[in-house]
Design a protein around this ligand. Structure first.
Ligand code: HDE
Length: 725
């Protein structure tokens, strides 16, 4: 692994220069107290005699312990578990000028520094990465015009329509209050109880039960801003916009059984994956896309643009890719950067504005408010990772941990003493002006009737999934609802599923061992005490689109094996050519090869060369890689045949539908697997495109293996005869 110093290329960035003002490096320096006094003995406290009591006078001990006692801050109430990285963003051209005046979106000569943080939602800070959950996708752009924060998720819709329900949703999904069980999981009664009474969540439930909730890598998932925002151009004209991130490596997921096992084998799987890729120079990249909707088209759709449980099908309004984000540098210090970064969708720059989406409006309050307790006061914008690179001057003063030393004799506006400084900026000088949206209405506490179509897009999503994706959704629901202790909750959920797809409801009901119930009336319980429940029940909408290929991960990028991990199972005597030529071919395509052997250290190949072992079988598992290859070599294969873990690798890799390749006498090892021994349908083996038997490492067979890895999974295995792993 290369060291974590940024490469020359990604060291140049205005934000890095800014951060460097606060970096500390103790290499070759004396250790001191916080007051700069050099420390002579950091191993022993001051005592009254060798065996005497410790003296209160010991300011070195006191300072060290006191600081330690206060090292922790409250974790984020949601999105506590996360990982961050630095990078840059650049637009391709100035074509967005027609829609927005935001410079970072219109000037292709600008390279805007960014900091991105990805997270799970429900789990605590120390929870495992592969929980079935939504992933947070937050990007702070340090633009010349001030910070712009994109605070989105890897799913384009949300569970609820009004911010006032957020504490309820989160209380329901978090561990139950009486026993704090379960951690980082939605498979429990309180979550599904809330969902079963809130049919507006069913579209998001389809996403959360899909493979999108268990990504293979954070680098292989989409990002969405969820709400409809506004762009404002130089002339003050507004349009609506939905924002997207599209990963260049495509969207890929693991299978549920892998997720469960990865959480034990490597709870930091996603964190490590992002970190290692960046360290290896495999920078993570996404294209930034926008769906632009003219203001006049606001009411053109069969859903409400302000409803955050709806997406705009890409086939209806195409996503125009306008720029690229590259994550190219890891943090120097997790706490200072990733933990202390504070995102807020209210951090906008001229050219970007809000809509009346009631979820968005409530969020606008929450994000600054939460930092006050999490980061200890109103000066969190001064923490290096949060401060803008744009100049910052105003009359806000004081408060806990104020860093800035404001020199002005005045802290108010207007003033004459300071010559009216700092001055207001005209719109033409870059001053932010809010979009003048016409508002003419009654003050009213209710839900818009245009939000009551709860099922049509849930059906659209389900119908757009490939067969394996649909079966994964069915299994996820069977898993989640199967964990419930109160049968009436599962019944209510299945009742709601009948409104999405009758077959889905039937399959889930069968898995739970219940009859398909009629949905319980009233289905929706989200209305005020004085409102008539009948007015808020789901309405039927026949959507314009019945199928949206863009919603299926089956249609994603499948032409690269860049950064895919391939385990080579080998032992002493492994054939030198069989190992090295496959290794070279895969590495040439950008894959990462790991040699897994019965023991750590080194093994000898058939030419007597020492081959470094990356991990022993005991310290590794098949679920941590995308494919396996077993090079030939009689002695090596003989040794592996005596290692049950090696056979288990093959069984599991097959069950998880991943690519396997066997070279020469490695076939003997395959013959010992359950696949060879228990699968009665031998033709399935011949037809299996991701199970490759080769006599030697030929170009043709290598290409077959590469294609199988790039395809990510060979799903027909799931449909065929099952073998145990
Ligand atoms: Fe958040 N959300 N959220 N959220 N959210 C937070 O802010 C909140 C919602 C999202 O990496 C908190 O700094 C409310 C939708 C991300 O630091 C908090 C509502 C979306 C992150 C908060 C929502 C998000 C947060 C907790 C409903 C996708 C992590 C810590 C009205 C568009 C950012 C913090 C990071 C974090 C409130 C719903 C995305 C409490 C009230 C919808 C990615 O302020």
């Amino acid at each position: 692994m290369k060291n974590s110093k940024p490469t020359e290329k990604n060291d140049q960035n205005q934000k890095f220069d800014d951060l460097s003002k606060n970096t500390e490096d103790g290499s070759n320096q004396f250790m001191t107290t916080n007051q700069g006094v050099k420390i002579n003995d950091d191993n022993n406290s001051l005592k009254s005699g060798e065996r005497g009591s410790t003296l209160l006078e010991d300011f070195i001990l006191r300072e060290k312990i006191t600081h330690f006692d206060h090292e922790r801050i409250p974790e984020r109430i949601v999105h506590a578990r996360g990982v961050g990285a630095h990078g840059v963003f650049k637009v391709y051209d100035d074509s967005m000028k027609e829609f927005t005046k935001a410079k970072f979106l219109t000037d292709p000569s600008l390279e805007t520094p960014i900091f991105a943080r990805f997270s799970t939602v429900a789990g605590s800070r120390g929870s495992a990465d592969l929980a079935r959950d939504v992933r947070g996708f937050a990007v702070k752009f340090y633009t010349e015009e001030g910070n712009y924060d994109f605070v989105g998720n890897n799913m384009p819709v949300f569970f609820i329509q009004d911010a006032i329900k957020f504490p309820d949703l989160i209380h329901a999904v978090k561990p139950e209050p009486h026993n704090e069980i379960p951690q980082a999981a939605s498979a429990h009664d309180t979550f599904w109880d809330f969902i079963s009474l809130s049919p507006e969540s069913m579209h998001m439930i389809m996403w959360a039960m899909s493979d999108r909730a268990i990504p293979r890598s954070l680098r292989m998932m989409e990002g969405f801003n969820v709400h409809t925002y506004r762009f404002i151009n130089e002339a003050g004209k507004s349009c609506f916009v939905k924002m997207h991130w599209k990963p260049l490596l495509g969207m890929h997921s693991v299978v549920w059984d892998e997720a469960l096992k990865i959480n034990g084998q490597d709870p930091d799987f996603h964190r490590r994956d992002l970190h290692d890729a960046i360290e290896n120079g495999d920078f993570a990249e996404w294209e930034f896309g926008v769906q632009i909707i003219p203001e006049e088209d606001e009411h053109k759709f069969d859903f409400d643009l302000l409803d955050p449980t709806k997406l705009v099908p890409e086939e209806l309004v195409p996503v125009k890719k306008i720029g690229k984000m590259t994550l190219n540098r890891n943090t120097d210090n997790y706490f200072a950067e990733t933990e202390q970064v504070a995102f807020h969708l209210g951090h906008v720059v001229p050219g970007i504005d809000f809509t009346n989406d009631p979820l968005l409006q409530g969020r606008l309050f929450s994000y600054t408010d939460t930092q006050l307790s999490r980061l200890g006061g109103p000066n969190f914008h001064e923490i290096p990772i949060n401060r803008p690179i744009a100049p910052m001057h105003n009359n806000q003063r004081d408060g806990i941990a104020r860093m800035e030393i404001n020199k002005s004799k005045t802290a108010y506006f207007p003033n004459s003493i300071s010559d009216g400084s700092p001055k207001q900026a005209k719109a033409t000088e870059g001053g932010f002006t809010s979009y003048q949206e016409r508002v003419d209405s009654y003050k009213i506490r209710t839900r818009s009737k245009s939000f009551l179509d709860f099922f049509s897009q849930a059906t659209l999503f389900y119908n757009s999934q490939s067969e394996p994706e649909q079966s994964h959704i069915q299994d996820a629901l069977k898993f989640e609802l199967g964990k419930l202790e109160r049968p009436e909750i599962a019944e209510r959920v299945v009742g709601l599923l009948t409104q999405i797809d009758k077959n889905l409801a039937a399959v889930v009901a069968k898995g739970l061992g219940i009859e398909v119930p009629e949905p319980k009336e009233p289905m929706n319980h989200q209305f005020g005490a004085d409102e008539n429940p009948d007015d808020f029940q789901p309405i039927d909408v026949n959507p314009e689109f019945k199928n949206s290929p863009a919603l299926s991960m089956a249609n994603t990028v499948k032409d690269t094996i860049k950064t895919r991990q391939v385990a080579f199972l080998a032992a002493d005597g492994v054939d030198a050519e069989s190992l090295s030529s496959m290794k070279k071919s895969l590495q040439d395509e950008g894959a990462v090869v790991k040699v897994i052997a019965p023991h750590g250290g080194y093994i000898n190949d058939s030419n007597g060369n020492k081959i470094k072992v990356d991990k022993s079988f005991l310290a590794f598992a098949s679920v941590l890689v995308d494919a396996i290859y077993i090079p030939s070599g009689e002695k090596s294969i003989q040794a592996l045949m005596g290692v049950p873990d090696a056979i288990h690798f093959i069984n599991e890799t097959f069950t998880h539908c991943k690519a396997l390749a066997f070279c020469g006498d490695a076939k003997k090892l395959f013959d010992k697997s359950y696949v060879a021994q228990k699968l009665t349908d031998k033709k399935a083996i011949d037809k299996d495109e991701a199970l490759i038997m080769m006599d030697n490492v030929t170009k043709e067979d290598t290409q077959k293996f590469i294609t199988a890895i790039a395809n990510h999974r060979f799903w027909p295995r799931e449909k065929g005869e099952k073998v145990p792993s």
